[in-house]
Design a protein around this ligand. Sequence first.
Ligand code: AGP
Length: 608
Amino acid sequence: MCGIIGYVGERNVVDVLLDGMRRMEYRGYDSAGMALLSGDRFDVIREVGKVAELEKLVHDRGLTGCLGIGHTRWATHGGVTVENAHPHSDESGRFVLVHNGIIENFLDLKEELENRGDHFSSQTDTEVIVHCLARLYDGDMVHALVELQKKLSGSFALVILRKDDPDGFFCVRRGSPLVLGLGDGENFCASDVPPLLPYTREVVYLDEGDIGEVTRKGVRLWDDKGCSKEPTLQEVDWDVSMADKEGYSHFMLKEINEQGAVVRNTLKGRLAEGRVDLSEELQWSQELVASWRNLHIVACGTSYYASLVAERALSKWTDLDVRVDIASEYRYRTVRTDEKTLAVFVSQSGETADTIAAQRLARGLGAHCLAVTNVRGSTLSREVHDTLLLKAGPEIGVAATKTFMGQMTALYLLALYLGRLRGGISAAEEIRLAEELSRLPYKVETVIARENSLQGLAERYVSCRDFLYLGRGYSFPVALEGALKLKEISYLHAEGYAAGEMKHGPIALLDDKVPVITVIPRDSLYEKTLSNILEAKARRSPIIAIGTDGDSLLETYADHVVTVPWTDEEFTPFLSVVPLQLFAYHVAKLRRCDIDRPRNLAKSVTVE
Ligand code: AGP
């Protein structure tokens, strides 16, 4: 939440900052701001609303320069006002900084500073940071930042300009991500990689507590004790086109369309002679694998729903005791986690605060921790024992689509691999399932090509206010994910429910104005779900069924039938989720919602 950026070089810093802020606007879009340093003069511009609002102001003022910092905000402390927008400065105007994160002890610090005579002009925790910094600074920036870290509790990534330092900026990270981008005669820093992609793919991920100095000539790093350290250079395998809309009207639609490729890429290099082989990435000894009894999967939001899908496959193909938890719950109740536990943390961003905290808890209790994430170098991936990367490319739409697909693919690979290592599945069955997994990209693409029928359905039901999504078995998490997509981007009320549970309560909601969207592939639970359709139909609800090609029976039960190609029961979520994503997309489009940047949301939820 919140995106921060810094630049120094020959380009017009205003263009670099605005472009970078737009590229990470998914991190927050309540307000935006930037500060430029020219000579010894700061220009600070802040505006409520999206980056486009700030852009108008900046262009009206005709600002240019070579050194500056920027911020796009998701409000935590203090309302959405210009005064609370970043950057913030100290009273003397010597420092200006932008912040991503939360300072938990800011009220105590503020009181202390006020007692010493400081005045504040915002309600933010960030203004407290810059006041503290000004008081700690004695001519040595590194020392001041070491001391500042000791004073602050919470999470933060900061980019800081100093009035008497026209050569560059400082930055520091603890708990919130920060990556440096290295160019030729120019250097960058940002919360995420996408803002860097138009200029460089050479990056340095800061470690916890790292302090960086970024000038035109290069970067220098110190650890949290102020000891100098060598930057570790990495090359990112994303390119700038991956973070562009490429002709699509929205990133979400582009990302839905990329889903076949995501499955293909995530499988690539991980199947050998028809069998799953993750041994290069997961260097697990036989003893380690044999020592596990429990498998815990922990995640939030869409990642949690992908985990629920995988739970069913993992329980079937392995002998492990599998349980899936929402990260914010896992942390606060008694869970038997120990050395016999493989704990898997699923997070697109790898920056979700609750998931990271749950990982720390599990690791502290002795679990072997694995991250399933889309972002190499993310906080989560740096803290776990092992990482399994989705190969989905950057996901810019705030509503996750292609990474849900990537997560299911990665988790299914894990399930088959564990099944093989622990003897829970025969070689022949593994080969057969892996073959079907390899066919999925084509089947996913077939479903995407049927987009028109979903557009038609969206037109038909766009005026409804409440929707019920039902599914059983593997289709239950799909129903949850379908409902989440509609809620997130169209602001309509949608509930996902286990089809068999409907009669235990939600059935009271049904009437002819509440469509029931039922995920009903031709699987072992088909007849049971069919009965639930009948129950809803008897209450006059319009029925939309997501079924299997050739299922003519469904036509007689449902008002509308959308079908997807046949696949094994275990793989049905890969196909049935796609119509639900497209339905949500078209409803939101007809309602003229801001599809890629839904209100109140941010893509990475870095607060607890
Ligand atoms: C998905 O559409 C949501 N934006 C949200 O639920 C998301 O999945 C959740 O915040 C988890 O994020 P993560 O995968 O980056 O941890």
